[in-house]
Design a protein around this ligand. Structure first.
Ligand SMILES: Cc1cc2nc3c(=O)[nH]c(=O)nc-3n(C[C@H](O)[C@H](O)[C@H](O)COP(=O)(O)OP(=O)(O)OC[C@H]3O[C@@H](n4cnc5c(N)ncnc54)[C@H](O)[C@@H]3O)c2cc1C
Ligand code: SF4
Length: 508
């Protein structure tokens, strides 16, 4: 009897566990573009186009390789609109009662699949270095989970950047060398773009019609939509940007959204690139003296360290993780996140670039949009939905722990040892945003004071009970405590006034 093999839109590799186990002669591959997945948050049109075009091209590749594929297009009149619905439809068409699939990357879909009244076999997604059991074994019994120790385990396990059992260059982490601010006269590589082929062009029209109202600019669309193109993006990164990746990893420049970043996260997350293979290529570039160690190490750490670590946290924490709100933040997400005019140049830049590219690099997400959300006490659930919607690489297993854990401290410190907060000084040091801002980063209170300066102290004051005994935050509280009482009072009042103004929808 026919068995159905479900391949999801972020499982687009022939090496996905279900395809490795499937039988080309007997099984029917089921792939489905469904409204439920396209609409559960208002995804950026570029993200929807990326996933749909990549799915269509992957289905064509499978067919060319001799697989039988039942593909449901979004505008197919028979389409039931959900993954469970499409499985049941294919089951009734073929008489199949068994389904083989690979575990989805979010609890919502895992639960939906488990409720399907068919005989379901779900395989572990082994595109990652650490299985759920590996992560649990590592985490078990530890008082605190810290990425750095997990990362060392992954280095030892993979042998990446290891020499005679020791880390290359004598240390595990070269992060302190990776904090140079960028200047706008630097030579910056241009990202590799692809002209839409016939499949992409068809998808762009569909997305324009169905999702044209969503936040985000669909065209021009130049993303990679198959493995060969994604591979070309990786090769281009290694040739042109990797050598300076480490030095300028945290830098931000107005009008230069990509700097020396790799732009491969979306391709890794949907299966067009393999993480270990990517890291081996970067290690080889270092060995061939085409990139310095601080760049190769910094890059590999993001993938075998952070990427694996956040996934471990997401699955270990369970479905309830999405409701995390340890700091009790409940302010509504202000309209400026959806592109309303703002006087804050840093936020304006991060959001307009996000609208155009469905991309912002890590420090923009963490220290601009994330930092502001945390300082302003915005509901972490609303921020989570925003990040999930607006970035092309956003899939819940990786987005939620980054947003709720790393950026908002909503998990109470499960993922990070202290909240990532800063005043305007950090943004000024790492970017050129402040020079074109209506606010003054050097002004700490009074007319024109940078809102990050006011909100920074407001955050510390309102969460004193929780954070004043954190050894990594003691210095911040000592500075606050040394301040004159009247000055403290004025800062808090001005911060309140700013938040009230923002809440009324007035431009801030
Ligand atoms: C609030 C917030 C939300 C985020 N949401 C996502 C998300 O939805 N999807 C996503 O892939 N990343 C997310 N990140 C992590 C990171 O910002 C992106 O992976 C990175 O910006 C992607 O751009 P790049 O490919 O040019 O990365 P590079 O800077 O070139 O880094 C190389 C690779 O390392 C990996 N990486 C780097 N940092 C992280 C991290 N913290 N967690 C996981 N992987 C990492 C990515 O795969 C990335 O492609 C988020 C970070 C924050 C602070
Ligand atoms: S002055 Fe403040 S608000 Fe303006 S760009 Fe700098 S950090 Fe952002």
């Amino acid at each position: 009897m026919v068995r159905l093999v479900l391949v999801l839109g972020d499982q687009l590799t022939p090496n996905i566990a279900a395809l490795r186990k499937a039988d080309k002669a007997q099984d029917l591959i089921v792939m489905a573009e469904v409204a439920a997945e396209a609409e559960y948050v208002p995804h950026h049109p570029k993200k929807i186009a990326l996933v749909l075009a990549s799915m269509r091209k992957f289905a064509a590749r499978l067919r060319a390789d001799g697989w039988h594929v039942a593909y449901s297009a979004l505008d197919d009149p028979e389409n039931t609109g959900s993954i469970p619905g499409e499985l049941l439809r294919r089951a009734s068409e073929t008489g199949a009662s068994c389904v083989l699939t690979t575990r989805p990357g979010e609890w919502r879909l895992i639960e939906a699949l488990e409720a399907v009244p068919l005989d379901l076999e779900i395989l572990q997604d082994d595109r990652f270095l650490a299985s759920h059991a590996d992560f649990d074994n590592w985490a078990e019994g530890r008082k605190q989970l810290r990425m750095e120790y997990f990362y060392r385990e992954m280095r030892r396990r993979t042998g990446l950047l290891m020499e005679d059992g020791k880390p290359a260059g004598g240390k595990w982490n070269f992060d302190h060398e990776n904090r140079k601010p960028a200047r706008d006269d630097l030579f910056l590589p241009q990202p590799l773009r692809f002209e839409p082929d016939a499949t992409v062009a068809e998808v762009l029209e569909l997305v324009e019609t169905r999702f044209g109202q969503n936040f985000g600019q669909l065209r021009p669309f130049g993303l990679a939509t198959d493995a060969a193109q994604a591979e070309a993006v990786l090769a281009h990164f290694i040739d042109t940007a990797l050598p300076a990746f480490g030095d300028y990893q945290d830098a931000m420049l107005a009008g230069r959204p990509f700097l020396y970043h790799s732009l491969i996260s979306a391709y890794l997350n949907i299966g067009l690139l393999d993480p270990l293979d990517v890291c081996r290529r970067v290690e080889a570039a270092w060995k061939a003296e085409r990139a310095p160690l601080n760049a190769a190490e910094g890059f590999i750490r993001q993938i075998i360290g952070w990427r694996e670590y956040v996934r471990g946290i997401y699955f270990r924490a369970g479905p309830g993780y999405l409701d995390s709100n340890a700091l009790g933040h409940d302010r509504d997400l202000p309209a400026l996140y959806w592109g309303a005019e703002t006087d804050m140049a840093c936020l304006g830049e991060a959001v307009s670039q996000t609208r155009k590219e469905a991309y912002a690099h890590h420090i923009q997400r963490l220290m601009v949009t994330g930092n502001f959300g945390l300082l302003a006490g915005i509901d972490p659930g609303q921020l989570h939905e925003w990040y999930l919607a607006v970035y092309a690489d956003a899939f819940e297993w990786v987005e939620a722990p980054n947003t709720l854990g790393m950026s908002q401290f909503a998990d109470g410190g499960l993922l990070a040892s202290k909240p990532y907060i800063s005043s305007g000084n950090y943004i000024d040091r790492m970017s050129d945003y402040c020079s074109s801002c209506r606010y003054s980063v050097k002004t700490k209170l009074g007319d024109g004071a940078c809102p990050f300066n006011l909100l920074y102290w407001h955050f510390l004051a309102r969460h004193r009970d929780r954070f004043s005994s954190n050894p990594r935050m003691g210095q911040m509280y000592r500075v606050w405590d040394r301040m004159d009482g009247q000055r403290q009072e004025t800062i808090l009042q001005e911060a309140e006034a700013f938040l009230e103004k923002m809440e009324t929808g007035t431009q801030v």
